[in-house]
Design a protein around this ligand. Structure first.
Ligand code: SF4
Length: 386
């Protein structure tokens, strides 16, 4: 079975106002050496588990993993590869903020074993980048995307974001069109989400942040899918498009409900093999200092570890499956959970244009995605025992 390792690097130059990831704006002061040692030591704690896996992907996410030196990234990759049994086509992805890398850094990362780079471009519009509080400029993104090709990468993702205050369809169109001028094999197009506890979340609660209306967003999404499909990208997940064969293997693990081990501050894991029944979900201590302290004294740096109940495993399966383009298969619901949707109840979701059924599978529509929490709740309600 496919298995992935996620490595979390929690440091960023500056915290973006919309971001609710476990990331900390630290300028250029961060304990790279100690943190790398902690990750290596934490991996050692899972040597037995890793030894037993068929490793298909490693993903460095954050935070901003590109702040770390290539030689430290290489030490972590080597440790994982030496402990697990890597697949011949092992995917090794690393997220890069365009401001924090150059050609030399990219060459170093390639030499370190990274074979997929994911650039947090978000936009080529000065206005949007300023609004989003990003440290990268449009020119940073343009030059790093060209450097990625010069460094020899042929598996490149561009992250883009739409749905910012006052954003016009023309502004989004121009972002997509510029992204298409680079040789990327993958484009992720995310809608700006307002999360509790973020600067934007606080502004929104006080009525100081307005966002495009739902029907405007629907228009953005339809345009995105049409434009990218015309340019040879396939939508394989609600926000993700790739050239054929370039789907992100690591993200597919999450969406298919496969196992992965997360290391680093705040990283989550899903381990069926470690738990009985419906699997185990665990998460590390979020605070990087406390995470490192825990590893230093030889303890697994866990914040929580819980065995999943059947209904939690089912919720995860529905949540992930409905977002995939190929959809959630009714067969797998019957075989794994002995449940099936009540036709009458899901009929309302179909009529409302929120889900669509293709043969034996069901998926969210673009409209359904904008209301995904409510739709998933209704879908779960519709399930009854077979
Ligand atoms: S660079 Fe990414 S991880 Fe860091 S604060 Fe911004 S959005 Fe969050």
């Amino acid at each position: 079975m496919a298995f992935g390792v996620y490595v979390h690097i929690p440091y960023c130059v500056k915290k973006c106002p919309y971001c609710d990831f476990n990331s900390y704006g630290v300028g250029d002061i961060f304990p790279e050496r100690d943190y790398t040692e902690s990750v290596l030591n934490e991996l050692e704690m899972y040597a037995e588990l890793l030894d037993d896996t068929h490793l298909t992907s490693i993903f460095f996410g954050g935070g901003t993993p590109s702040l770390f030196e290539a030689r430290n990234i290489e030490r972590i990759i080597t440790k994982i590869k030496n402990t697990a049994s890597p697949d011949d086509n092992l995917e090794v992805s690393l997220e890069i903020n365009p401001k924090t890398a150059d050609l030399e850094k990219l060459k170093g990362l390639k030499g370190a074993g990274v074979n997929r780079v994911s650039f947090g471009v978000q936009s080529f519009s000065e206005r949007k980048l300023k609004f989003l509080g990003r440290i990268n400029s449009p020119d940073d993104s343009r030059s790093i995307l060209e450097d990625a090709v010069k460094a020899g990468f042929d598996n490149i993702n561009i992250d883009l974001m739409y749905g910012t205050t006052d954003e016009t369809p023309e502004e989004w169109k121009s972002d997509l069109e510029e992204a298409l001028t680079f040789k990327s094999t993958h484009i992720s197009a995310y809608c700006l989400m307002i999360e509790d506890g973020t600067q934007f979340g606080n502004l929104f609660k006080r009525g100081k942040l307005t966002l495009p209306a739902e029907d405007e967003l629907s228009e953005f999404i339809t345009f995105t899918t049409e434009t990218l499909e015309q340019s040879g990208y396939e939508q394989y997940e609600i926000s993700n498009y790739s050239k054929p064969g370039y789907e992100c293997r690591h993200n597919m693990l999450y969406w298919r409900g496969d196992d992965y081990l997360g290391v680093g501050a705040g990283a989550h894991s899903h381990l069926k093999s470690e738990g009985r029944g419906w699997g185990t979900r665990q998460g590390n201590i979020k605070n990087p200092g406390l995470y490192m302290k825990s590893v230093r004294v030889g303890e697994k740096p866990l914040d929580f570890c819980e065995e999943l109940e059947k209904h939690e495993a089912l919720e995860d399966t529905v949540l992930m499956g409905l977002r995939l383009n190929k959809g959630l298969e009714f067969n797998s619901l019957r075989d794994s959970y002995s449940v099936t949707p009540d036709e009458y109840k899901i009929g309302y979701l179909v009529k409302g244009g929120l889900i669509e059924i293709n043969g034996d599978s069901v998926r969210l529509t673009e409209k359904g995605n904008l209301l995904s929490n409510a739709v998933i709740e209704r879908f779960l309600d519709s399930l009854s025992p077979v």
